[in-house]
Write a protein that binds this ligand. Structure first.
Ligand code: NAP
Length: 298
């Protein structure tokens, strides 16, 4: 049965209901789902999807889109954040519902404190369970050689890829600490471990994320919260579609697997860290998913 309610006055939110949950997620320590009657009384957002509330920053395209769909396919309620691609984000939400999850799309700029506040306010208004999973995925590149890099190219990347991750994590931590459960997954990059010509800003941000992950994991572990990062190598997305053909050919020669990765492969790893019961004992790690490009270096 479809039951829908337009949400209050938070801009950029799309409400909706979902299909049937396919399986019980392995979120272990989360509170049991409320009864249908209880949920009907409280909200009309999601009548069937009872999986954890998952915030995916930059969920409208690329890796974030695949991550949103992978979580929704396990019955999660996914908050699909985006910067400007409203139609793409709304399409992801619709796909989430078809997969048996639920979702809302929230426009919010992760490089700004106001955007982060908007995202978590919208999430709290949409779902009355606390955020269970945060995937810090939103990211940008502004590549150029360090000696030519303008201040804005540096600060834009640091603001989005590092500061945004810290402040979103801080916001999620507040509710997760109270709930004494939660999983935080930061999408870093192998570039944060091994560097890359033209990406001093990006490498600094991603290395920062990896260090921050270890610290936050130590701070959060006593409260049952895991914090991990993932370091993709080269993955097919709009971000890598910008690379010139000769660079793609050159890079591919250096990947032992002989190909770029697929967003769905990264999403599978995120899903494991976010939902699998056995992942509750994995924290503070940065897991490469890179076709072997960084073997022996980190
Ligand atoms: P993408 O295709 O360019 O998508 C980027 C996503 O981030 C979009 O949903 C975009 O929203 C969102 N976004 C960008 N700036 C934002 C902001 N200020 N606030 C909110 N959302 C914002 O990138 P991708 O390749 O999927 O990359 C996703 C993550 O994986 C990034 O952190 C990236 O650094 C990391 N990564 C990617 C690769 C790769 O090879 N692709 C490798 C290693 C790591 P809009 O659609 O609204 O613009």
């Amino acid at each position: 049965m479809q039951r829908e309610k337009m949400l209050g006055n938070t801009s950029g939110i799309i409400s909706g209901s979902s299909g049937v949950v396919k399986l019980t997620h392995g979120f272990g320590l989360f509170t049991p789902a409320r009864s249908v009657a209880q949920r009907a009384a409280a909200s009309t957002i999601s009548m069937e999807a009872t999986g954890p509330v998952c915030v995916v920053t930059g969920g409208s395209r690329g890796l974030g889109r695949s991550i949103s769909l992978a979580l929704a396919s396990e019955g999660c309620r996914v908050v699909v954040n985006y910067a400007s691609s409203a139609a793409a984000a709304e399409a992801v939400v619709e796909e989430c519902k078809k997969l048996g999850g639920d979702g809302i799309a929230v426009q919010a700029d992760m490089s700004k404190m106001d955007g982060i506040k908007t995202l978590f306010k919208a999430t709290a208004e949409a779902y009355d369970e606390p955020v269970g999973v945060l995937v810090n995925n939103a990211g940008i590149t502004r590549d150029t050689l360090a000696m030519r890099m303008k201040e804005k190219q540096w600060t834009d990347v640091i603001d989005t890829n590092l500061n945004g991750v810290f402040f979103a994590t801080q916001a999620a931590q507040k509710v997760m600490m109270k709930a004494r459960k939660g999983r935080i997954i930061n999408i870093a990059s192998v570039v944060g471990k091994i560097g890359n010509v033209g990406q001093a800003n990006y490498a600094a941000a991603k290395a920062g994320v990896i260090g921050m992950t270890m610290t936050m994991a130590k701070e959060c572990a006593p409260r049952g919260i895991t914090v991990n990062s993932i370091a993709p190598g080269f993955i097919e997305s709009d971000m890598t579609a910008e690379l010139p053909t000769e660079i793609v050919e050159q890079v591919t020669k250096g990947i032992p697997a002989g190909r770029f990765g697929k967003p769905e492969e990264v999403a599978g790893l995120v899903k494991y860290l976010a939902l699998d019961p056995s992942a509750l004992y994995i924290t503070g790690h940065c897991i490469n998913i890179d076709g072997g490009i960084a073997i022996g270096t980190c």
